[in-house]
Design a protein around this ligand. Structure first.
Ligand code: PMP
Length: 397
């Protein structure tokens, strides 16, 4: 076999991007073992049948040919309207490119912002695919650590120092955050904006969890003063409408940037299936109430975890303000997130994601996905807390 490009062979950075434990749990589950999975960011309910009916009707109606590469005008308009309502800015269809999911939007956005060899900042802890996405466009990921004691809010001085030292072209932010559940405060966003302006950065703002916010308002980063012109907002229907498998997302930004991104789409994806887009349009027409209904179980289960934390010392958490996860600090057990996860899977058949999969700043933590039905989730928590308690006793024996 001829040699492959270093861009692709180096994409994961040599490791497994932290997915090792995930695949181990999946293999045991596939072999028929009763593994309780607290490891995946996917709803325990499927896409609403009414959305599937819209998809079916569209396909039967003939929307099975090539669809317009930028997305159908109606869907671009609907995404623009949703963003305008959330941000107070005026988005139109020319500001939106429909993509096959948020993941490909993140790739395209970095392609648009970075030249080969450019530095791309990302905030640590981060969603596990981020470094590979950045390497995939030939850029170099530069993580900027946040700290548990700050509730994982980024510090302006740290961002400025990283931008200065690396000469970065872009900064990837994610609020509500996977894995920490942090929703950036106005102050954090103002700090990010000052750094972006001072260092002429593109801000790539991953807002795929914008419908899952518990104790504050979601702020569209592009609505911070002066930021619209330098922000590419990434969104998706995966989380908001339980449409993960439909692969439907977008990039929104200045029209001149979107025009270039449409060219990229022409030469990569050639658009998104029309019947999927029509299903997405139907979903968006159900509006914020439908999104709140999809989000409600995660809030309930978040509160279940927080209630369990009381009266024990083995685990602690910064209450997540959004997204479908709780990050638990396991350091009181003396274990790394990875060792904790390995032991929990071996002894209790419960799978979590080790914090280390999300960057060095999440070491000593685990990420619990709030994605099992309440009764099964309660059982998984019983086992998780029992295991943590035993480890704590061992550590202090
Ligand atoms: N960003 C974040 C932070 C995510 O957690 C995910 C999915 N887990 C994505 C982007 C990608 O989502 P999708 O491609 O399904 O839209």
């Amino acid at each position: 076999m001829p040699k492959m490009s270093s861009r692709i062979t180096g994409l994961t950075g040599g490791g497994d991007d932290g997915w090792g434990l995930f695949y181990k749990a999946r293999a045991r589950k596939a072999a028929g073992e009763p593994i309780l999975e607290l490891n995946i960011g996917e709803h325990d309910v499927r896409t609403d049948p009414s959305i599937l009916e819209a998809m079916h009707a569209s396909a039967k109606g003939g929307h099975t040919g090539y669809a317009a590469v930028p997305g159908t005008l109606a869907l671009r308009q609907a995404v623009a309207d949703r963003l305008s309502t959330m941000s107070g800015l005026e988005y139109g269809p020319e500001n939106v490119l429909i993509t096959p999911g948020g993941q490909s939007a993140l790739f395209a956005a970095h392609h648009a912002a970075c030249n080969e060899g450019d530095r791309a900042l990302l905030i640590d802890p981060y969603y596990a695919t981020y470094p590979g996405t950045i390497r995939g466009v030939g850029a170099v990921p530069v993580p900027v650590a946040t700290r548990p004691e700050d509730g994982f809010q980024p510090r302006e001085a740290d961002l400025a120092a990283a931008a200065e030292a690396s000469g970065a072209r872009s900064l990837l932010i994610n609020s509500p955050n996977n894995p920490t559940g942090a929703v950036y405060s106005d102050e954090s966003m103002a700090g990010i904006a000052r750094v972006a302006a001072a260092h002429d950065l593109w801000v790539i703002s991953d807002e795929v969890y914008d419908s899952q916010v518990w104790d504050r308002q979601h702020r569209v980063f592009a609505s911070v003063d002066g930021m619209f012109e330098r922000t590419l907002t990434v969104g998706s229907l995966s989380k908001s409408y339980a449409m993960t498998g439909s692969r439907l997302g977008w990039i929104a930004g200045p029209d001149a940037a979107i025009a270039h991104l449409v060219n990229l789409a022409t030469h990569t994806t050639y658009g998104v299936p029309g019947y999927i887009q029509d299903a997405g349009l139907f979903a968006l027409q159900q509006g914020a109430e439908a999104e709140a209904a999809v989000a409600a179980p995660f809030r309930r289960r978040r509160d279940m975890v927080l209630a369990r934390l009381e009266g024990q010392q083995a685990l602690s958490a910064i209450p997540p303000s959004g997204a479908m996860y709780v990050m638990l600090d396991v350091r009181a057990t003396g274990m790394s997130g990875n060792d904790f996860g390995e032991g929990l899977l071996a002894e209790e058949d419960v799978a979590i994601m080790p914090g280390e999969s999300f960057g060095a700043a999440a070491a000593g933590h685990i990420r619990v996905a709030l994605t099992l039905p309440d009764d099964v989730f309660a059982e998984a928590l019983d086992r998780l807390f029992a295991y943590a308690g035993r480890q704590m006793e061992k550590a202090h024996a």
